[in-house]
Every structure is written in structure tokens, then in C-alpha cells.
Design a protein around this ligand. Structure first.
Ligand SMILES: Nc1ncnc2c1ncn2[C@@H]1O[C@H](COP(=O)(O)OP(=O)(O)OP(=O)(O)O)[C@@H](O)[C@H]1O
Ligand SMILES: [Mg+2]
Length: 460
């Protein structure tokens, strides 16, 4: 018994779900990354403006008196700049020569050498271990030479809080959307696949003897191909089982007759006292035994060639060599029938894909028929030619087979009434079965003697 190893199977539901949800998650991630950069840009723009306002209001407190720059910061002005619940603000006002005129000297300045001071400069830096955003601007005076630089730094708490709010407002609906989509898909798939479970349950609930087709109402369109194939197999199986049962019944019947004869003849022989009187009954016993052994051998060949058994390993066989050897084996039997066997082949070797033992049985049955029914009229010819298919032909000069009997003689256990010999009617059925197994075509013609052709398909 073949033990089938159960392979790990993926669930269709998980597969579909992954294929739909993973792109959605990917989309959400890409969208979040893009949103992050867009949000950073706009939040910076909004808060940078406020920061610049602070720097400008500081600038308004810088006065020029007698060509001297004075920074007078009233406490209210400082309060306005520094007043903030969330963030700390630092500033620094320095002269052209680098002298700190007011504020915190630690406030960093933009370092690039070629700074364009016509516009405010914004940079990110760290101050007292905290990240800060700094705006730097230059102030020039109309009637006094020289210039003053103002740097205002602010921690990033407000910006971060706003960024988080905006990103969450963007992300949360999308995550909810993905979760709802996954739940919806899952329930949809569950409902969609339900007929498949019903079908599986239906099949599992059937008895192993029930080979009736799967009813169409258990099936939906996407699974129709599968059920159609199963129904086809069930139909073939039903047919094969019926054929086999018919064959077993026939075989039993055929075996019973010689067995009954055997028993009868044995009883008859036992009743006789004299050994000479026993002779006829013993000859009958021998005949019945011969017939039974022939029938058994034919039945075994037929069972071997049954396609339902499967597992026929076809190998490359030289049909020419095989036919020549079989013909030679049959020469003594031909001599008993006062006949001769001739073998003729176009080529030295002709290769086919086949089962050597069965091919020999095929030819043996054709030779047996030719010798048995050729009735000593001339010879039997076995020939091999390429037409271009490889063609094996067996001809005899006997009475032939009437047209009306041509299909019947291929049936199992059929013999033309009045046929000579102890045949059981299985020879040509075996030939047909073996030919089918080799994908070969069988042609029978019985008008001028009997001609049987086996046409092998394709190259090996
Ligand atoms: N070469 C032939 N010439 C004339 N009749 C034939 C020839 N071959 C077969 N037949 C007829 O076809 C019938 C079926 O042949 P088949 O070989 O199937 O069975 P069988 O020869 O009777 O028995 P088995 O071959 O099983 O011993 C035969 O009984 C015979 O009447
Ligand atoms: Mg025969």
C-alpha cells in the first residue's frame, strides 16, 4: 500500500487575505512616510513665521543713538519673547564684530561662510542638550554704518505635538480602514468558501461504494472544473468496476465448466475397475486440465495488461529482435500443424516504448491463432515495417474472419461458433488490451486469410 505523505498546504483564505491586505499595509506605510515629510514642511513653515515675528520684535528694540547701536530690552519685550507654556525660547543679539550685545551667548549661529543675509535663515541645532529651531536675521541701519545679528532659538515641543496630532489624524482612519477591510474580506471569504466546505462534507459523507456523480447544486462556478473532473473519474471508475465485475463473472463461469468436467471424468475413472477402461476418462481429465491451465494462463496475462492496474513501466524495446525470437520459439509448434513461420523486417532494429513481456504475449496470441485457425494452409507471415509508424503484421492463409464477427472476436470470451481447438476466447481481447496499453492501433481484416496489424504511435 502506498502511504501518501501529506504535504503542507496553504490556506486559500490566508493566501487571498495576504495578497490584498499586504499591499494595503504597504500603501498605508508609504502614505505615512510621505505625510511625515509634508507635515514637517508645513508645521515648520507655520511656527517659523512666529519665530521670525519674535526676532523682528527684538529688532525693534535696537536703537541707534549718536551713531551707536544700543539694545534696550524692556522686561515686557522679554516677557513677550519668552512667554510660552510649551517651549523654551533663547535669543542672542551680536554686533558685526561678534560682540554679544544681549541675550544668551550659547545660542548657536549658522556657520556657513557664504550666507545670504537678505532673507532670514532657519537652522536646526541643539542647545543645552535639547533640539532647537533657530531663526537668524540681520539688521542694518539707514544712517549708521554697521549691522547687528539676531538669533532666536526655540525648542521643538509645540512642533512635535502638532506633528503627532496631524500624523495620528491621518494614520488612525487608515489603520481603521485596513482593519475593517481585513475583517470584511475575511467574512466575505468565509462565506464565499462555504460551498467548498459543504462539497467536502458531502463527499466525505458518501459511502465508498457510492460512485454516483456529485450533484450540481453543491457546486459553484469556480469549483465546477474540479467537480467535473471528479465526476469524469467517477464515471470511468464505475465503468471499469462494471467491466471488471462482468469479467470476474465470465471467468468464474469459464473456470467452472472445465472444473465440473474434471470432477465428472475423475468420478467416471474411479468407477472403472480395469485400467484400460479408465483410459478414456483419464484422457478427458487431461484435456480438462490442459484447458484449465490455458485459461488460467490467459486470465493472468489479461489481468497483467489491465490498464486499471496502472504502474506499467514502459521501456525501450527492440520490436525486431523480440518478434524474431518469438517466431523462432513458435517454429516447433508450427511444425506440429504442418505450417511454417516466416519473419520479414525492413530494418535490423525497430525501437518502441513498451513492456517486453506483454509484447511477447501479444505476438504469441496472434501466432497461436494463425496456427490454430490457419488450418495447415501454407504459412504464417510476421512482418515489421515503418509506414512511417512501426507496424507489426501477422498474416495467415486460413478461412479468415467474417466481417460480421470482426468486432465480436475482440470481446472477452467470445469464440466464433464451431471454432476448432480448446481456446477460451481471450486471445484477441488480450491483444487489444496490450495494444491499447502501448497506444497502438489494432486493425483486423479477414477477407483473404486473416491479417492483424498493430500500429505503434510515434517514436520511442
Ligand atoms: N487467424 C484467425 N483465423 C480465423 N479465425 C480466427 C483467427 N484468429 C481468431 N479467430 C477467431 O476469433 C475467435 C477469438 O479468438 P481469440 O484468440 O480471442 O480466442 P481463442 O483463440 O478462441 O481462445 P484463446 O486465444 O484465449 O485460447 C476464435 O475463436 C476464432 O474463431
Ligand atoms: Mg486465440
Amino acid at each position: 500500500m502506498t502511504v501518501l505523505k501529506r504535504q503542507k498546504t496553504n490556506s486559500l483564505k490566508t493566501e487571498i487575505l495576504f495578497r490584498l491586505v499586504i499591499p494595503l499595509i504597504f500603501f498605508v506605510v508609504v502614505d505615512t512616510v510621505l505625510s511625515y515629510f509634508v507635515t514637517v514642511h508645513y508645521v515648520d513653515r507655520a511656527y517659523d513665521r512666529w519665530l521670525l515675528d519674535s526676532a523682528r520684535s527684538l529688532g525693534q528694540e535696537i536703537k541707534v543713538r549718536q551713531h551707536k547701536v544700543l539694545v534696550e530690552l524692556p522686561p515686557e519685550a522679554l516677557e513677550i519673547i519668552k512667554w510660552d507654556e510649551q517651549d523654551k525660547t533663547y535669543f542672542k543679539i551680536i554686533s558685526n564684530g561678534g560682540e554679544v550685545l544681549a541675550g544668551d551667548p550659547q545660542v548657536p549661529e549658522p556657520l556657513a561662510p557664504d550666507i545670504d543675509w537678505s532673507r532670514p535663515i532657519y537652522v536646526n541645532a541643539t542647545l543645552y542638550g535639547e533640539p532647537v529651531r533657530i531663526v537668524s536675521m540681520r539688521i542694518t541701519f539707514i544712517d549708521t554704518p554697521g549691522q547687528v545679528f539676531i538669533h532666536v532659538a526655540e525648542t521643538l515641543n509645540k512642533r512635535r505635538a502638532m506633528m503627532t496630532d496631524i500624523l495620528l489624524a491621518d494614520l488612525i482612519p487608515q489603520v481603521v480602514f485596513v482593519i475593517l477591510t481585513a475583517i470584511y474580506l475575511l467574512s466575505g471569504l468565509k462565506r464565499g468558501l462555504q460551498p467548498l466546505h459543504t462539497l467536502a462534507k458531502h463527499i466525505a459523507g458518501r459511502s465508498s461504494r457510492d460512485l454516483s456523480p456529485i450533484p450540481e447544486n453543491h457546486v459553484f462556478l469556480e469549483v465546477r472544473t474540479l467537480t467535473d473532473t471528479i465526476n469524469d473519474i467517477l464515471e470511468q471508475l464505475t465503468l471499469a468496476i462494471a467491466t471488471q465485475q462482468r469479467f470476474i463473472a465470465n471467468a468464474a463461469h469459464q473456470l467452472r465448466t472445465p472444473l465440473a468436467g474434471l470432477k465428472l471424468q475423475a468420478e467416471r475413472a474411479l468407477r472403472e475397475q480395469d485400467i484400460t477402461a479408465m483410459q478414456p476418462a483419464l484422457i478427458q481429465v487431461q484435456n480438462s486440465a490442459d484447458r484449465m491451465s490455458h485459461l488460467t494462463a490467459q486470465l493472468l496475462v489479461l489481468a497483467r495488461s489491465e490498464p486499471i492496474r496502472g504502474g506499467h513501466e514502459l521501456a525501450t524495446v527492440d520490436l525486431c529482435g523480440l518478434a524474431k525470437k518469438t517466431c523462432m520459439d513458435w517454429v516447433p509448434k508450427a511444425l506440429q500443424h504442418n505450417m511454417d513461420i516466416s519473419f520479414d523486417s525492413q530494418e535490423e532494429s525497430m525501437l518502441v516504448q513498451g513492456d517486453e513481456v506483454l509484447l511477447r504475449e501479444l505476438l504469441a496470441n496472434l501466432l497461436d491463432n494463425a496456427l490454430m485457425y490457419g488450418q495447415g494452409q501454407g504459412g504464417v507471415t510476421v512482418s515489421l515495417e515503418r509506414t512511417p509508424q512501426i507496424c507489426l503484421t501477422v498474416c495467415d492463409n486460413g478461412p479468415g474472419i467474417p466481417d460480421a464477427e470482426i468486432t465480436k472476436v475482440l470481446e472477452r470470451f467470445y469464440r466464433i461458433p464451431g471454432s476448432p481447438g480448446n481456446g477460451c476466447g481471450l486471445g484477441l481481447a488480450i491483444v487489444k488490451e496490450i495494444a491499447e496499453l502501448h497506444n497502438a492501433k489494432l486493425k483486423l481484416s479477414g477477407t483473404q486469410g486473416t491479417q492483424v496489424q498493430v500500429l505503434f504511435a510515434g517514436d520511442p
